[in-house]
Design a protein around this ligand. Structure first.
Ligand code: FAD
Length: 460
């Protein structure tokens, strides 16, 4: 008898947990992801702020599952689901919308950025969700410091050295803290014409307090820590505008070349593919066994699922995704083997943590509320434990020790494969659009007009 096929879409926390839970199932497991790697998103902020290198938080999915003989990994993007014919549509580099049939389907496709209806903000304020985003954010931070170092006009330094984080949830707070440590620490002595320590770091949110998912006392402790690090916290103010010149918050314009968006997320289009009920955010409403209503062979897990427990929706965090993935994997295994079916899904909350700067975190687990170094050590231990492989655990631990002792960073490289973007303020001399004059070449930053033009290469 041929084995049933289980398709898992997404190799994030939920999809990978489901695949692992199916490791001994007599089934053909096919895990599809549009990226070739599993990403440890909780440490993305450390790549964006140069502590870690991208390869220290991403692992090829194929490598993680290499010993799992019943599982095939496919690199491709799922573009839809046909429930009637029990197939997903898969596109990759050379095929479009190829139907792939399933007996059981697990959708674990996560979330993307949401600009709350202002998609135009995305042009100027990138989000932080993938490794490519983290490298782009790191490029942006470092590039503007380089621009400031090369800028003659000191009145422009403040704009270039103003970094704005929109969203005071865990990601925005963690980036703000880590960025403050970076500019006020190691980078301080690396520049000659600017003082990176004087950089302005602003954390903006509409909410009345930072980290609003934590208790008030911990939120206050985090706020105090941010202030000690020199982060300007602006709460209760909405973002009206983001453009090439900066941001308008609560009616006030703040000039900045670096605005990062960490404020909102939107679920994957799984709800549209399935044409099923979603919550207001667009996440798929699921039954108590995480299946889609009326379709007991289709499951939605992780960030893209909407599941209420004790009258409240579960948060979009890694632990929920892992526990849901494991649950569905086990349920499908037992269905195939005729084993007993598990009780309805119930999330076991082990607590939440967030880091603010160096050696300081907040921790909330039931009635236990902690802040400071002890909480940071707990945070470090938990995060190391959940990295995908032991080599990553060792590599990240050594990097943290090295950075803690020496202040040196994993990577301060500006990696831009497309080359520097032309500065919009540069205009070519009339009639000379194609080739530069030979005498322009010695100038490091040739500008043809305007009072900010460098007056000669000797100035640098
Ligand atoms: C910057 C950041 C920091 C975070 N920090 C924390 C933290 O400290 N603690 C915590 O608990 N949680 C944290 N989270 C949240 C946590 O990472 C998510 O809750 C978790 O990743 C959700 O797991 P998931 O499997 O549902 O989705 P994901 O892990 O996002 O995985 C989704 C996968 O699906 C793939 N995919 C999506 N669409 C398609 C498609 N159409 N076809 C093929 N593949 C597709 C993606 O490539 C991805 O691999 C953080 C998230 C971010 C972005």
């Amino acid at each position: 008898m041929s084995q049933p096929r289980v398709i898992i879409v997404g190799g994030g926390f939920a999809g990978l947990a489901a695949a692992k839970a199916l490791r001994s199932a007599p089934a053909k497991i096919v895990l599809i992801d549009r990226l070739n790697h599993h990403l440890f998103q909780p440490l993305l902020y450390q790549v964006a702020t140069s502590v870690l290198m991208p390869g220290q938080i991403g692992t090829p999915i194929r490598g993680i599952l290499r010993k799992q003989k019943n599982t095939t990994v496919i690199l491709g993007e799922v573009t839809g689901v046909d429930k009637a014919h029990k197939c997903v549509f898969l596109s990759n580099a050379d095929r479009q919308n190829v139907p792939v049939t399933y007996d059981n389907l697990i959708l674990a496709t996560g979330v993307s950025h949401s600009y709350f209806g202002h998609n135009e903000f995305g042009l100027y304020a990138p989000g932080l969700k993938t490794l490519a985003d983290a490298v782009a954010v790191r490029n942006k931070f470092l590039q503007t410091l380089e621009q400031a170092e090369a800028e003659e006009d000191p009145s422009r330094h403040r704009d270039l050295m103003t970094f704005i984080l929109v969203g005071a949830g865990p990601t925005g707070t963690e980036v703000a803290g880590a960025l403050a440590v970076l500019v006020r620490g190691m980078l301080k002595s690396a520049f000659r014409r600017i003082d990176p320590a004087s950089a302005r770091i602003v954390l903006v949110d509409m909410a009345p307090r930072v980290l609003p998912s934590f208790s008030e006392d911990l939120s206050k402790a985090a706020n105090e820590r941010l202030k000690q690090l020199g982060v300007e916290v602006r709460l209760g103010q909405s973002v009206d505008q983001i453009d090439a010149e900066g941001i308008v918050v609560g009616g006030e314009r703040m000039a900045s070349k670096t605005v990062i968006w960490t404020a909102g997320v939107a679920p994957s289009p799984a709800g549209q593919w399935l044409q099923t009920q979603t919550d207001r955010a667009g996440r798929v409403r699921v039954e108590s066994d995480l299946s889609v209503p009326g379709h007991s062979q289709i499951f939605v897990v992780g960030d893209t699922a909407s599941f209420d427990q004790d009258g409240k929706p579960l948060p979009g965090v890694a632990q929920v995704a892992i526990q849901q993935g494991r649950y569905v994997g086990k349920l499908i295994h037992n269905r195939i083997t005729g084993g007993s079916l598990p009780e309805p899904f119930r999330y076991s909350d082990k607590g939440s943590m967030a880091v603010v700067g160096k050696g300081f975190a907040i921790l909330q687990s039931g009635k236990v509320h902690r802040s400071g170094l002890g909480a940071w050590l707990a945070w470090a231990a938990v995060h190391l434990q959940f990295l995908a492989t032991s080599s990553l655990r060792l590599s990240v631990l050594l990097q943290w020790i090295w950075t803690g002792v020496t202040g040196q960073r994993g990577s301060l490289l500006i990696v831009d494969h497309h080359g520097p973007k032309p500065d919009k303020r540069v205009t070519e001399p009339a009639g000379n659009a194609a080739a530069p004059h030979k005498q322009d070449l010695p100038e490091l930053l040739p500008r043809s007009s305007g009072s900010r033009a460098m007056s000669g290469s000797g100035q640098l």
